[in-house]
Design a protein around this ligand. Structure first.
Ligand SMILES: Nc1ncnc2c1ncn2[C@@H]1O[C@H](COP(=O)(O)OP(=O)(O)O)[C@@H](O)[C@H]1O
Ligand SMILES: [Mg+2]
Length: 304
């Protein structure tokens, strides 16, 4: 008997629409292959949906706050039904860019220099600190967002204005800007699945470059890197996956400049539409969309 799969999608994060898309596409693919599927929002009627539908496994297609940060994972633990992707602690660590970068550094995984800022310095002191520690331009980003939401490249002239605009976050990461290439790696269990390169036409790989087809970001696979570099970046991603204790599939985002890789972040719930990057890498390696989904479900249900 095939698994009955409850797909969690939507939610209340800024990535709600992307999650609905992931959920819808995973559902469609599973149904096409004979599975019984139900899509549910995470917070309205989830308990009721579980009681009525009685799934064997839950596919977590949520992204961002409350869906990818350990919150829903903690709730799912209490239902005692297997669910996909990482558990509560790895999810919350990976979602927090400050904590995860500290773990990368501790484990000698190269990541751009940074500090966090809590709106506690005078403007001119902040500029001085950046000049001294990072140099302009810098990247400014929230600690726990995804999809490039509120990520900005800042120079001396616009940084104060941009920081004021995103004051709601209370704490912000200010990071050394790394030009160069945009490389991402997919890990599947303890295996290195593969590498893809993105060539955005825009200033960087921002929200539009990620989701608006008219922004014409180029996906390059296979990536033009020699074997040694390829191994190098995949080993960094695998190490990040392991030290954070992730489960299932993850995608790590890198910049590559002057022969060096910089890990920006690890995503515990990468996008899973047919056009997303992990399915694209999988497909290049001969793993179809349904096989990838089935592997993720099987991994969730296997005894730990
Ligand atoms: N330090 C950096 N230097 C250069 N570009 C960066 C840097 N940090 C982020 N970016 C750009 O912003 C994008 C989103 O940043 P990332 O840290 O991956 O956060 P998100 O969780 O929003 O995806 C990256 O893919 C990259 O294009
Ligand atoms: Mg990213």
């Amino acid at each position: 008997m095939k698994n009955k799969v409850l797909i969690l999608s939507g939610g209340i994060s800024k990535e709600r629409l992307i999650s609905l898309d992931t959920g819808f596409q995973v559902a469609k693919e599973l149904k096409r292959n004979g599975y019984k599927v139900k899509i549910s929002e995470p917070f309205n009627n989830l308990e009721r949906n579980i009681k009525i539908f009685k799934p064997n496994v839950i596919f977590n297609a949520l992204h961002g706050q409350f869906g990818e940060d350990g919150y829903i994972q903690s709730i799912l633990e209490t239902y005692k039904i297997p669910y996909t992707h990482s558990g509560p602690i790895p999810s919350s660590i990976a979602m927090d860019k400050e904590i995860s970068k500290k773990i990368f550094i501790k484990n000698k995984i190269n990541t751009p220099k940074f500090f966090t800022y809590s709106y506690d310095l005078k403007n001119k002191d902040l500029i001085k600190k950046i000049d001294k520690q990072l140099k302009f331009p810098v990247i400014v980003k929230p600690l726990n967002e995804g999809s490039s939401v509120n990520v900005y490249i800042c120079n001396k002239k616009n940084i104060i204005k941009i920081l004021n605009m995103i004051q709601n976050y209370k704490k912000i990461m200010i990071e050394e800007f790394i030009g160069g290439r945009e490389i991402q790696v997919a890990i599947m269990g303890n295996n290195k699945l593969g590498v893809i390169e993105l060539k955005p036409k825009r200033k960087f790989y921002d929200y539009e470059a990620k989701y608006n087809i008219n922004a014409k970001t180029k996906h390059i696979i296979p990536v033009n890197l020699n074997k040694k570099k390829m191994e190098n970046v995949m080993n960094m991603a695998l190490k990040a996956h392991k030290v954070i204790k992730c489960r299932g599939v993850t995608r790590s985002d890198f910049k590559y400049k002057n022969g060096k890789f910089y890990l920006l972040e690890i995503n515990t719930q990468p996008g899973m539409t047919k056009l997303s990057l992990v399915p694209e890498i999988a497909s290049f390696k001969g793993i179809s969309f349904i096989k990838l989904i089935e592997w993720i479900l099987a991994d969730a249900t296997k005894k730990k």
